[in-house]
Design a protein around this ligand. Structure first.
Ligand SMILES: [Zn+2]
Length: 237
């Protein structure tokens, strides 16, 4: 089965995480596990850009933006013109609330360039599904992928599904989310094109993330949507 990884990082992430992957390691992993394309981000967008240039078609650039840093917002357009096809936001990493007005200029630029937003979810008080719901409500014409679909807490996972059912511009990505059954629930109750596969490399191993889709109860045709078709459509790749 062909696979698109809708969410991965390159480089070393220190502090509590203490995880990392090199360019060579990422490509080796993609080849080994039949991952055709990876939607990649790094806080240093030039690192992602170099990866995009060295591996065209295989590495899909996701532009990392900190809405609290005007400089990074100002540089968005020049990077989008260089071929980035989505924008990454991490409210937990940069300590802002996902529903804050400070995100609006970022989403306006995303709308102008018709690129989707990928936003980390699952950590209070910054990135809960209800806050992402409020963001989606304010920007109905911007597609928003809720990375981790609520993450590790069952109540947040349920909220991610509820918010996605309420706002048709919310899409779900399942890396780091432990309940495989919720992948099927999302497919059936949110929409067959609104749940997609990701690894969050180097935080999680591809085989573990793949097992969740395989054991979710979805048939092979539906698994193809989750593993490939939905991300291809979402990122227009
Ligand atoms: Zn991540």
């Amino acid at each position: 089965m062909k696979i698109i990884d809708a969410h991965a990082h390159i480089g070393y992430i220190g502090g509590w995480a203490d995880v990392g992957i090199t360019e060579e390691g990422l490509l080796k992993q993609m080849n080994k596990y039949n991952i055709e394309r990876t939607v990649l981000c790094n806080e240093d967008n030039d690192i992602t850009l170099r990866m995009m240039e060295r591996h065209p078609g295989r590495i899909i650039g996701c532009l990392y933006v900190n809405p609290l840093e005007p400089k990074t917002v100002d540089s968005m357009e020049s990077y989008l013109k260089k071929g980035f096809t989505s924008v990454k936001l991490n409210p937990l990493r940069h300590a802002y609330c996902a529903d804050a007005a400070v995100l609006d200029p970022v989403l306006e630029i995303a709308k102008k360039y018709n690129v989707p937003i990928c936003i980390h979810s699952g950590h209070p008080p910054y990135s809960l599904p209800w806050q992402i719901g409020l963001l989606a409500e304010r920007h109905p014409n911007v597609k928003i992928m809720m990375i981790h679909m609520g993450h590790g807490h069952g109540v947040y996972i349920d909220a991610a599904l509820k918010m996605a059912r309420r706002y048709s511009n919310i899409y779900l990505e399942m890396s780091g989310m432990p309940m495989q059954i919720k992948i099927r629930e999302a497919y059936e109750t949110v929409g067959s094109d609104r749940i997609m596969f990701g690894t969050d490399t180097p935080f999680h191993h591809p085989t573990i993330e793949m097992q969740k889709v395989i054991t979710s109860g979805l048939d092979e045709k539906a698994q193809e949507d989750v593993f490939y078709n939905n991300a291809a459509k979402f990122f227009s790749i």
